[in-house]
Design a protein around this ligand. Structure first.
Ligand SMILES: [Zn+2]
Length: 114
């Protein structure tokens, strides 16, 4: 499971943003085709934050569905994460993935030091 090492990177980046302030929550955008399991992220978070300025932070995950551009439908279609790259409506093969590979920090909430 590589989620823990991914989260170590997230925590490091968040700490840079937060400076010396305690972090209260962190938002992540996770695409269906990012190769990252949301359940595994949530399970690894309490481990990843031990001894960091994120130690009291909650993790909020926004799951991004995978979509492809279908040249036949002339439309963006949501594909199931386990399906091959074909349009779910007309079954035209398409590798034009428009979203779903995201693994990014969307926001960081910091508290005060008082
Ligand atoms: Zn189509």
């Amino acid at each position: 499971m590589h989620e823990l090492s991914l989260l170590a990177g997230v925590v490091g980046a968040v700490e840079e943003v937060a400076g010396d302030k305690p972090v209260s929550s962190v938002g992540l955008r996770v695409g269906a085709r990012s190769g990252v399991m949301v359940d595994a992220l949530e399970a690894a978070w309490p481990v990843a934050i031990v001894g960091t300025r994120c130690h009291a932070a909650s993790l909020e995950i926004e799951a991004i569905p995978a979509t492809v551009w279908c040249p036949t439908c002339q439309n963006e279609q949501v594909i199931d994460e386990f399906f091959a790259l074909v349009c779910p409506v007309c079954e035209t093969p398409t590798a034009d993935l428009r979203q779903g590979r995201e693994f990014t920090i969307s926001w960081v909430d910091v508290g005060t030091n008082d």
